[in-house]
Design a protein around this ligand. Sequence first.
Ligand code: LAC
Ligand code: ZN
Length: 464
Amino acid sequence: MTNDPLPAELHALLGPAGVLTDPADLARYETGWRYGKGKARCVARPTTTDEVVAVLACCRRHGARVVAQGGNTGLVAASTPDASGTMVVLATERLYPTVEVDALGRTAQVGAGVLLSALQQELLPHGLWFPIDLGADPRLGGMLATNTGGTRLCRHGDVRRNVLGLEVVCGDGTVIRELTALRKNNTGLDGKQVFLGTSGAFGIITRAVLQLASLPAQRAVALIGCRDGEQVLALLQALERAGGELLSAFEVMSRNALRPALVHNERLRAPFGDALPAYAVLVELATALDRQRLDLDELLAAVLADCAHGDDAYLGAPEAFWPLRHGISEGLREEGRGLAFDLSVARSRLPALTAAVQAALAAEWPFARLCDYGHWADGGTHLVVTWRDADAPGEPEAIVAAMQQRIYDLAVRGFAGSYSAEHGVGPHNQRCYDRYVNPAVRALAAACKRHCDPEGVLGTVRLG
Ligand code: LAC
Ligand code: ZN
């Protein structure tokens, strides 16, 4: 790379801390958390919007494509460079790592480089939080570009519902600065939505204004064993009737998903005794009211007694039960090969979808095990199919390709569902995008691309 003029120009623009070229330094930007492994030409680390504009201009002059990267915690390979070695990674880690809180307005202006955990920390003294709760700790820019979901979506919605203002640098260098804190602004096209959930295909998010929620003063949590999916749905309906807007999480873990977490992490304990139920459901009620006004543990116990799940329901501290849920991904990583699906359907159809996938696996890939868990209140389910290569006849790549096609077709065409419920779009699911997305929507995306990024400099996903 020593003869490459591009890093030298970036160096002149950004200073020595602004560019990385050493292969040892590049490594951590080249590999995604679950999918995505490529090679970067170099890494640019701008600190301001003007510097992002300058980096993009420089890359356009050199014909170099650019992928933006925040915390690199995404799950669809959208933030890592491709294998060509020609892409520049624009890392947002130094881009405005500051938070400005308006406590009265219940909003915060954040930079793309702010970590979600750092934002929540800053909001604590104000009794506020940004109500998107993830297992990972992304930077805000990437989080917004992905439109993440997480475990509190049933109460607070996704990122799209909680962003008020945005500043973006389009691929052609145009800056769209709409850092408004307005909750009401009914003035035609909501331009920021073009950039939320589109994985950096049209522009790079540099700053945003977020809407905040009251930090709960209490959380009451229970773990409930259910014998099948229909019983899970009955529990959900009963809880929504009795607990109403207090329901803040409804996380479902099948036996096959929960067992690896317990086996591979001896610090985790489930309250069910020897036999895990077919489904364990983590239920959470949350409120900003204090215990003198409303005793949430008491309420949850009463609600569960009414729901006729008294026998297999365990009330516990949030710190006792949430680690089980958060231990699932790690546990499944230890189980050999794992192929993950992030699906959603109308929630009444979750048991039928799960059974249909189970039947397809039993018929065609009997060596594979279905480990399902997810956010059933949102109709979201994560299906992780695990197997040992030694048990599987044939090439892993061919098995993966056939299994993906079958399961995605089932979910999208058979059950009118989504192939990416909350993880967004990226190279990992580009084929699904091309196969399932309405051609008229793709044409609209192509027009956005031509407008925002006519030279095609940005991103790793093709939406048009
Ligand atoms: C989860 C991530 C994988 O829910 O979306 O654990
Ligand atoms: Zn999830």
